[in-house]
Every structure is written in structure tokens, then in C-alpha cells.
Design a protein around this ligand. Structure first.
Ligand code: NAD
Length: 495
């Protein structure tokens, strides 16, 4: 029988008030049920928000270094359970084991970073314009944080949000993607085992419309940290405006790798294979456009097609598999429909393009790694986020034209340029409009202690990761201490 999972609200594991449930299945084998989960509604969200509000009054007074000690234990527990968590994640969402191990490792790195931040959370002291007066600005927690996450990094992305939220003294209502609720539950179990009190962390499973919107629209939720699609991000922005809550949006991408004629082609080849087909192309930072200088176009395409045709598609738990399944039927259908769109637009299918068949593939949402050539920058397959193993190849005659093509979408998350020319590299760093630029490395590979996020319709200007995420999860309080013993009027008595 399938394992039954629950919400965690106000320190207790519980079902949805309605008693409704939903099922989650392995995308590499849909006969395998991962578990049943509460299909919660707004009333469950309300209970969780009330619990988080009550818990906030105590948690905000726990010294940050003590909260940091808990984060260190979280990291230690994740280290001890790394393999088990990675296997659970591969079963739940399909990416290959090496990648789910990396996903857990990103959470571990984020935990240890948060732990160290407990002894920093720096503010500022600034000279006063008046004598015998002391000025400082300190970081204070904000309140109840709503955390809404996607399924493609089921451990890393929740940790990017929840760990800094808690370390900063906020309490959390967490709604994970309904494709990865088991991994999310494991994360909450680890937080509790490490010593996070009940009420400080709450998890409410269920759909985006009910639970997600329930959090965003709730007037007692102070801030929302969301990662997901641009279309949902726009809706969240609109609804959150009703209560003027603070919102961080990390949204879609249409990332490109530009390969110049002087590039190390073997290196660029490894980069594009990893960038385009890692996580089955289901990364916000996936390489979905390859912009090739015309002088190396034919040679590079020959190398790329040979390697892509040899990628092995299958169950990510098998050691010899390179590309796992799409996360669900809907995502597979999206990929199939974009292959049709690409063909209708006049692009040429250079390889892949089909749902594969063969041993072990009959009961999963697999799709062949697919490459389109003859793609124009204006084609839909070069403009829209597909979120699958589909790469669109575009020619360029120069660096400037390549950068113009690279910049020519509504998104601006990640970007990559392969060149041996240091002048070209720095010109690209200066002119590319993206939150992240890699030189001689693929579009994927963020490190936990660096700012992460995008420009244009990839987000609303906040950054996760590193020190920058603490700007989102804290409020500045400005403090003036006048020890002159008299009334001193700023802007007046000194001038
Ligand atoms: P999604 O937008 O469909 O869902 C994300 C989360 O929002 C899920 O938990 C979902 O249940 C919830 N949700 C859905 N509708 C909602 C609503 N109306 N109100 C509130 N919450 C709602 O995205 P997805 O399919 O889970 O993930 C893929 C998308 O996420 C891609 O667009 C990808 O680029 C993006 N993504 C971005 C980043 C980044 O850091 N920029 C990272 C990973 C994924």
C-alpha cells in the first residue's frame, strides 16, 4: 500500500481538513505510487498561518547564532541522509542520481552558509551629523514567510528560501510542488529533528490555486518567496499587491550558450550537452539555445549530433542513464507540442524529436534529446521556455550579433560564452543582459554562496543565494541613540 503523508501544522502532523488526498507517482514508472498526500485548501493554510504567527513571537527572540546552531545540525543530518534523500528524489521526479545528489549537496551548502550567517547578519554603524549621537541600522525579522516552490530542484530550492528565512528569525508556511511532496516532507522532518520548534515550520500540501494562492492572498503572511513559471509569477504579483506584501519571484528562462570561432570546441561540447540535456532540460538555467559562430558551425554540429545520439534515456536510478524522464505527462506533452511547433515554423529536426520506445521505457514520461537547426531567433522554439530536452541552434557571424540574439528574449536568467579571447569574454560580460554569465562553462552550475536570479521577466529584482537573500528575509531598522542630554534637531542645529 502507498505510504500516507501528512501536513505539518502548529507542531502536529495532520490531514487536510477536507480529508481529500492526491497521489504522486514515479515519472519513470507510473505504476509505482510514491505516496498519498493531503489535498489541502485555504482553511488549512489559515491554520498554518495562525500557528506561524504565534510561533514568530518566540522565534524572533532566539539569538541568531543559536538559530545558526540549528542550521548546522540541519546540514549534518542532510550529510548523513544524502544518499537516501537523493534516491527518494530520483524516484519522485526522475532526474539521474548524480544530479539528485548534487541537489541535496546544494541544500547542505546552504545550511552551512546559513549557520555561519547566524554569527554575521551584519548591520551598519554610521557617524551621526550631530555630536553625542549614535546611528546604526540593524536587520530584524519580518514575520510569516510563505514559501512556494517548483519540482525541478525539490530540495535545493526550498532550502534556498527556508534556511535564510528561519535563520533571519521568520517563521514559514511551506507549499511544495505537488510533483515533489515527499522530498519536501523529508526536509521538514530534518528541520524538526535538528531542533526547529513546531509552528516555526509548517508544510501544507496541495495545488497552486488553493494552497499557493491561499498563502499569497492571506493578509497575515508578510512576505512570499516564489520560484516557478513566469505566468504564475505574474498572477502572484497581482494578488500580493492587494496586501502590499514583499514578494520575491524567481521565474522562467530561455538561456543561451554562445560558441565563438576561437573557442575550445571539446570544452564547449561538454558544456552544451550538460546544459541542454542535464535534468532532461528541466532547469530554469537549462541551455535551450545554442548560438554558433558560422566558422565552426559545421564542425561543431557534427560533434554535437554524434554525442547527442549516444545519450542514454531511462530511469535515473540506473547507473548508465544520462537523461531521465519528463516530470509528468503534461510536461511530456508540452515537449511534443514544441517539436510540432518547431517543424511547423520551418526549423529542421537534426536529431531526436520522438517519445522513445524500448526496454524500461514503456511506463515513463520519456522524450528523446532533441536538436533543431535552421532556427531563426524569432521562432517560438527560440523564444519560449520549453522546459524539456530540446535545443534550438542559431547561427551568428560575430560576437556582437551573437550577443544581440542571446539578449533577444523576454527572459534574462543565465548565459554562457565560450571563447579564448579575453577581450571578447569581458565584452560579453558587459553586454549580456542576464543575472548570470558563465565564461567557458555551461549555463548551469550555480554555487550556493553566490547571488542567484535573473533580469527582465525572469524575476522582480531580488536575489537568492549567498549574502543577498538575507536582504529579502530581513527588514532594516534604523536606530538613533542621542546621549547629549538635550534636544538636537537634525538638518537644523548643525547648519
Ligand atoms: P509553476 O509555476 O507551475 O509552479 C511553481 C509552484 O507554484 C508550485 O508549487 C505550484 O503548485 C505553485 N502554483 C501554481 N499555480 C499557482 C498559483 N496560481 N498561485 C500560487 N502558487 C501556484 O512552475 P513549475 O512547473 O513547478 O516549475 C517550472 C518553472 O519554474 C519553469 O518556468 C522554471 O523556469 C521555473 N524555475 C525558475 C527558477 C529560478 O530560480 N528562476 C528555478 C527553478 C524553476
Amino acid at each position: 500500500m502507498a505510504k500516507k503523508f501528512q501536513n505539518f501544522i502548529d507542531g502536529k502532523w495532520c490531514d487536510a481538513l477536507s480529508g481529500k488526498t492526491f497521489e504522486n507517482r514515479n515519472p519513470a514508472n507510473w505504476d509505482e505510487v510514491i505516496g498519498t498526500f493531503p489535498k489541502s485548501g485555504k482553511e488549512d493554510v489559515d491554520l498554518a498561518v495562525k500557528a506561524a504567527r504565534r510561533a514568530f513571537e518566540k522565534w524572533r527572540l532566539v539569538p541568531a547564532p543559536k538559530r545558526g546552531d540549528i542550521m548546522r545540525r540541519v546540514g549534518d543530518l542532510m550529510v548523513a541522509r544524502k544518499e537516501e534523500l537523493a534516491r527518494q528524489m530520483t524516484r519522485e521526479m526522475g532526474k539521474v542520481l548524480a544530479e539528485t545528489r548534487g541537489d541535496v549537496q546544494e541544500g547542505i551548502d546552504t545550511a552551512y552558509y546559513a549557520s555561519s550567517e547566524g554569527r554575521r547578519l551584519f548591520g551598519a554603524t554610521v557617524p551621526s551629523e550631530l555630536p553625542n549621537k549614535f546611528n546604526m541600522a540593524v536587520r530584524v525579522p519580518i514575520g510569516v514567510a510563505g514559501v512556494i516552490t517548483p519540482w525541478n530542484f525539490p530540495m535545493a530550492i526550498p532550502t534556498w528560501k527556508i534556511f535564510p528565512a528561519l535563520l533571519s528569525g521568520n517563521t514559514v508556511v511551506f507549499k511544495p510542488a505537488s510533483d515533489t511532496p515527499a522530498t519536501a516532507t523529508s526536509l521538514v522532518e530534518i528541520l524538526l529533528e535538528a531542533g526547529v520548534p513546531g509552528g516555526v515550520i509548517n508544510i501544507v500540501h496541495g495545488g497552486g490555486g488553493e494552497v499557493g494562492m491561499g498563502i499569497v492572498g492571506h493578509e497575515d503572511v508578510d512576505l512570499v518567496s516564489f520560484t516557478g513559471s513566469t505566468s504564475v509569477g505574474k498572477k502572484i504579483s497581482e494578488v500580493a499587491a492587494g496586501t502590499l506584501k514583499r514578494v520575491s519571484l524567481e521565474l522562467g528562462g530561455k538561456n543561451a550558450q554562445l560558441v565563438m570561432d576561437d573557442a575550445d570546441l571539446d570544452l564547449a561540447l561538454e558544456g552544451v550537452l550538460w546544459g541542454a540535456f542535464g535534468t532532461t532540460g528541466q532547469r530554469c538555467t537549462a541551455t535551450s539555445r545554442l548560438i554558433l559562430h558560422e566558422k565552426i558551425y559545421d564542425r561543431f554540429m557534427g560533434m554535437l549530433l554524434e554525442r547527442t545520439k549516444n545519450l542514454r534515456v531511462g530511469d535515473g536510478l540506473q547507473p548508465n542513464v544520462d537523461v531521465g524522464p519528463c516530470v509528468n505527462e503534461g510536461q511530456q506533452k508540452t515537449v511534443v507540442s514544441y517539436v510540432e511547433i518547431g517543424l511547423a515554423e520551418g526549423a529542421a529536426l537534426a536529431c531526436g524529436g520522438h517519445i522513445p520506445s524500448g526496454p524500461g521505457l514503456a511506463k515513463g514520461w520519456f522524450h528523446e534529446p532533441t536538436i533543431f537547426t535552421g532556427v531563426k531567433p524569432s521562432h517560438r522554439i527560440a523564444q519560449e521556455e520549453i522546459f524539456g530536452p530540446v535545443l534550438s541552434v542559431i547561427r551568428t557571424g560575430s560576437l556582437a550579433e551573437g550577443i544581440e540574439i542571446l539578449n533577444g528574449t523576454v527572459y534574462g536568467l543565465s548565459s554562457s560564452v565560450y571563447t579564448k579571447n579575453v577581450n571578447a569574454a569581458f565584452q560579453a560580460v558587459r553586454d549580456i543582459k542576464a543575472g548570470i554569465t558563465y565564461i567557458n562553462a555551461p549555463t548551469i552550475g550555480a554555487e550556493a554562496h553566490m547571488p542567484f536570479g535573473g533580469v527582465k521577466q525572469t524575476g522582480n529584482g531580488h536575489r537568492e543565494g549567498g549574502w543577498t537573500v538575507y536582504d529579502f528575509f530581513t527588514e532594516w531598522k534604523t536606530v538613533y541613540v542621542d546621549f547629549s542630554g538635550g534636544l538636537q534637531r537634525a538638518q537644523i542645529d548643525n547648519y
